[in-house]
Each structure stands twice: as C-alpha cells, then as structure tokens.
Write a protein that binds this ligand. Sequence first.
Ligand code: NDP
Ligand code: ZN
Length: 350
Amino acid sequence: MTTVKAYGATAPDSGVHPLDIERRDLRDTDVAISIDYCGVCHSDLHTVENDWGGTSYPIVPGHEIVGTVTAVGPDVTKFSVGDKVGVGCLVDSCGHCGACEHDEEQFCEEGIHGTYGGVDRIDGTPNHGGYSEAIVVKESFVLSIPEALDPAAAAPILCAGITTYSPLKHVGVKKGDKVGVLGMGGLGHMGVKFAKAMGAEVTIFTRSVSKVEEALSQGADHVIISTDEAQMTAAAEQFDYLLDTIPVEHDFNPYLNCLKYDGVHIVVGQLTPLEPALNTAALVLKRRSIMGSLIGGLAETQEVLDFCAEHNIACDIEMLDMQDINTAYERMKKGDVKYRFVIDMASLKN
Ligand code: NDP
Ligand code: ZN
C-alpha cells in the first residue's frame, strides 16, 4: 500500500478537505498513474452532499482523470511508463455478463464498479476517485489520451463527454435532426458540440440569459430561455430529441410538448422521482418516449476521445487549484461555471 494525498468529504456537510488515502500495490494487470488533472462533475457534488442517498464516507470524488503512467504490472501490454492516460467513471466489471460482453460495463449485471463510492471487487477496500495525487487501475479500464488533445481539456470527456455522446449515438442523431439540449453546463456544452458534429440543428434551453451569446458562439443554432413561457410555447412540436442534463427535479411536461411525434426525451441529469407528475397523454397522443442513459462503456469512451481528436472538439474549462474546490462547488450550484472546472493536481502535489 502507498499513502497518497487526496481531498474528500467525511459527512454530507463537511465540504471537501485534505485526507490521506491508501492506493493498492500493483497487481499483474494494474497501471499506476500520477494524476495531472481531474474534472469536477456535478455528480461529485451530488455524492459529497448525499443527494442520492447511500454515500459512504469518507468519499474522495473525481471521475474525469488524466495522468501519466508511472509503473505497470508485469502482464500489462497496452501502456508503458510516461504514457498520457485517462480514467473515467468505471474501474472494474464482472467481464462476462451480457452487458460486459456488449462492451457496456456501466450496466454490468453484477453491479456498477464506479471510480469512487464502491469497493474493489477483489479485496473489498473502498474505491477512491481522482481528487488525489495518484491512482492504481486495472489496465482494461485505462484509456489512451490522443496526442492531439490538450490533456486538461480532455479530462471532462471521460464523463461529461461520454455521457452526452453515448445517447446521441444510441438514438442515431443524424444530419438535419433537431436536437434540444437542456442545461448549459458541463454535460450540456459537450452535448451541443456532439450533436453539431453529428449534423443536427441544435437548440440550447437555458435559464441563463448571460449564456446566450456564448451558446451561439459555441455552435448552437438557436437558444430558448426556458423560463420564458412564450418561447417555450413557440417551440411546441419542434424537436426530434431533447438531451436533458438538468441536475435537479424539474417539470418534464413543458419540454415533452416541444417534441415532435415519435420524439425522444433523453434524461441524463435528474435521478430522482418526477415532481410534478408526468402527463402521460403527452407521450401517448404523439408516441413520444422518455429514455435514460448512463455514461458509456470503455470501448465507447475510447471512441469519444478519438472522435474529439478527429473533430477538433474540446471542452471549455476553467482551471482550479485543489484547495478551491468548495468555492467551485458553490459556483456550480449557481450554474456559474463556463463550462467545466478542472483541478490542476500540481496544486495538491506541491
Ligand atoms: P452542471 O452543474 O455543470 O450543469 C447543469 C446545468 O443545468 C447548469 O449549468 C444549468 O444550466 C442547468 N441547471 C442547473 N440548475 C438548474 C435548475 N434548478 N433548473 C433548471 N436548470 C438548471 O452539471 P453537469 O453537467 O456536471 O451534470 C448535470 C447532471 O448530470 C447532474 O445531475 C449529474 O449528476 C448528471 N450526470 C449524469 C450522468 C449519467 O451518466 N447519466 C453522468 C454525469 C453526470 P443553465 O444555466 O443553462 O440553465
Ligand atoms: Zn460525472
């Protein structure tokens, strides 16, 4: 075991503060990584504050990890010391169930093995995330960071990127489709870039008038202020797909009305029961549907990294020192992030 510096939470109201954690000795197929950058996902905040229930403390968040390989186990074949690598939301899976066989390890029938919040499948020790100096991960859960990508801006692709790319690809977004993206945050701004790259006409639904100009300059074709009833009414039956990244409970009904018949409302943000109730007539009368989506498997995560390199897609990031994480969370709660915080882990190491 090696003791490394980290930042984590010890209770829902503790904030995130310095902690020492243990990283395991290298197993034969393990890769040891010195962490250079870690993106800050709204899921980190939900977990720290126990919004979804079930957080077990202490918790070290962070699942948008980019770093440099410092050592490899004897059976590792894909990586060598010095390689730029990434670790996203998953660190293990059973490897043999139907989902794993289809490269969708996020749906592993033996349960999801997240980068933080769960326990190691072999020794039962808690998994700790990327708000730390170093991590040890099984080779098959380590991604290659393409040389064309800026390593800091690549970090959010490992969660915000794959979570928005995967469902857009799954539903088959194509040239000419009308896609609405709900919430212009870390996930939303990546969703806009992917939907554009897939050929769609893209509209951002935002509460924030201050984000309109930037949204357009980022490639969105139109912006709708979601709190403006007249704009929402005018959007009725306009969209093939809505990608909903809103992180809190919200009324789905006004958005459902914006879908054409056969339209799909893709939920990735809200993980709590619907309130107010859903008007199912809006589904039945237009054969609309609501689907959910969860990150993506390892193969698809590598695919989206390569897609970003090929299409010159980068996350818009604001760099942060580890010590400023609690202020970053406060700003994230207010929607005041353009559009992803990334922690420079040099601030923890020095
Ligand atoms: P951010 O905080 O970066 O962005 C969320 C955006 O939603 C905000 O910028 C804001 O955009 C909008 N928003 C915030 N609060 C409200 C509100 N009360 N009402 C309406 N809109 C609001 O979050 P992320 O993009 O990191 O994450 C979004 C959600 O997705 C989180 O719940 C996260 O846990 C979840 N998630 C899900 C994953 C999955 O696999 N399904 C994976 C990763 C994250 P604007 O200012 O434009 O209104
Ligand atoms: Zn995330």
